[in-house]
Design a protein around this ligand. Sequence first.
Ligand code: PHE
Length: 341
Amino acid sequence: MNATDSLESALADLEALRASGRSALAQAQDSAALEAARVEHLGLKQGRLKTAQERLKSLEPAARRDYGRAFNEVKAELEQALEDARNRLAHATVQVEPVDVTLPGIRPRIGRLHPLTLTMTELKNIFGRLGFSVAQGPEVEDVWHNFEALNIPESHPARDPLDNFYLAAGAGIGQRAMLRSQTSTVQIRVMEKQPPPVRVIAIGRVYRPDTVDATHSFMFHQIEGLMVERGATMADLKSVLSLFAQAYLGTEVKIRFRPSFFPFTEPSVEVDMLWHGKARWVEMGGAGMVDPNVLRAVGYDPEEVSGFAFGLGVERLCMRRYGIDDIRLFYQNDVGFLRQF
Ligand code: PHE
């Protein structure tokens, strides 16, 4: 080695060491590679930094000061690069670490049945115990089942197109199609298909162009009951509805019939219920003895058999049961509300 090393070449070597050290430390992909890069550049015995430090002695005393400053800078920089590389690898290790089974899990959000679904299931169960089976009918109906067979003549105001949702002609239904405005349509469909005796309920959606408010909706659910056999009377109707009301709403509930009119029952009544501790009777639906015209329309003989029918609002029952004061809550998919059931 020259007795007088040149400052220029020493600084150039230092620069090369800086570049080599930085890239080796930054590129190390695992702790073995990092250790090799550390030993090569920062190793205390034979590392390149150590060698560069010793070179100080071979420089002219006047050059030592500049060299020393540059050396300290490179040393600090490589030490920092080593620490950065260690942090980077430690972090990467955490990411590939296996699952810590002692951590608390992510609780899955468990779904539940909609209150109306719960209610309809319960209604089916209660009427099942009373001997009623479940019948089904379409929500898209024809005019025959929604009106004609139910003794609702062309001139009846219930036929008003503004009071019903009609579907455009050619919807594949043949006749003019509409969304059913009551589940009484299913009475007709059942009786068309089978001879008496009949003892069925039908539950489902019905559609009316009502303005939506706390107690009205353009779509809601009804439960319809129909019993036709030899000698069925209004007393049977009242017993069935009382038994039902007590089973669903509690033994303290009372029911009352109020004279009314429906084209398909004669006589017809409104069904009111009174809850224990409440002062006001609440109307829950309509009922009556099946009109002889309806029995004739489906080919039954009104001299042979008689029957009763009733229709109750599912939402109303559910609202009474749980103390819900706004029908719109059923349709808004508010999880905070639905979670309570
Ligand atoms: N369908 C009637 C309504 O929607 C209720 C009803 C059903 C009345 C059965 C009598 C018999 O208002």
